[in-house]
Ligand binder design. Structure first.
Ligand code: 9D3
Length: 251
């Protein structure tokens, strides 16, 4: 997978991409990340990349010419490359979207700054628009790094691979069960007895119930779409799920 990133702040990417899984994926030739400074494609002695909004109001808007020039110079006549604008107005980035993007051999990512980019970039250059969630970032750079990280993890060979099948059936079904490691007692806080019992069936049941309990408490929205067995449903029923309008009323 080749990522081409268009940004006014390429140096923001150097730290995060030089560690851990992303670093190793680059070293092994599984991905490459090419950073392009939009300012290098801006005209004039001052290489201006932003301007005041037509119609007035505060803030600045990224000019279209340097962004078009950068993307067109880098992509050349290669067809079918998704050109993704990172913006607060994009579709929400999820595991499903990451999987969809991971099927392409190449992605272009445009990082906005200021109040946003000229609408003609969205209309005539970008083929997709992505947001990573409902909070305000200072620009698209951190969002682009999130996309690169999540997509890279899904590529064959990156995690050493028993991942692939597991990823598909389990990712974002339920929240995870609690994990413990040595010591068995830390500051007086013990590890649940069942995990020390050696009873693998009991351990599997406990973990499943913990995952169900935790998902119900923190992310009940995930339960609606999760693949649940009859045993799961029986356990959840004891916790009062699914919630009926009737069971919501005070008694
Ligand atoms: C005042 C209205 N704001 C829109 C919600 C303006 C605004 C805020 C933040 C305009 C641009 C930005 C910069 N953010 C991004 O470029 C961005 C982003 C984000 O802020 N949240 C989640 N995902 C993303 S992807 C790009």
């Amino acid at each position: 997978m080749r990522f081409d990133v268009f940004t006014l702040f390429p140096e923001m990417f150097t730290g995060p991409l030089q560690e851990s899984i992303i670093k190793r994926a680059q070293e092994r030739g599984l991905i490459s990340v090419h950073l392009h400074n939009i300012r290098d494609y801006a005209a004039g002695r001052h290489r201006i990349t932003d301007d005041a909004p037509y119609g007035g109001g505060g803030g600045m808007v990224m000019k279209p010419e340097p962004i078009f020039a950068a993307v067109e110079a880098v992509l050349g006549d290669e067809k079918g490359v998704p050109v993704i604008l990172l913006s607060p107005q994009g579709r929400l980035f999820t595991h499903q979207v990451a999987k969809e993007l991971s099927r392409h051999p190449r992605l272009a990512l445009i990082c906005g700054r200021y109040e946003g980019v000229d609408e003609r970039v969205r209309e005539h250059l970008a083929t997709d628009e992505i947001s990573i969630g409902d909070y305000v970032l200072s620009g698209g750079e951190l969002a682009a790094m999130v996309v690169i990280d999540a997509v890279t993890r899904l590529l064959p060979g990156v995690l050493g691979d028993p991942g692939a099948a597991f990823e598909d059936s389990h990712a974002w079904g339920l929240l995870e069960y609690p994990h413990y490691t040595r010591p068995a007692v830390f500051r007086g806080w013990g590890v649940p007895e069942v995990l020390l019992s050696g009873n693998h069936a009991a351990i599997a049941r406990w973990r499943r119930e913990q995952a169900l309990r935790r998902t119900l408490e923190r992310r009940p929205d995930l339960l609606e779409r999760a693949v649940l067995t009859e045993e799961d449903r029986a356990f959840l029923a004891r916790l009062g799920w699914p919630k009926t309008p009737e069971s919501d009323k005070p008694t």
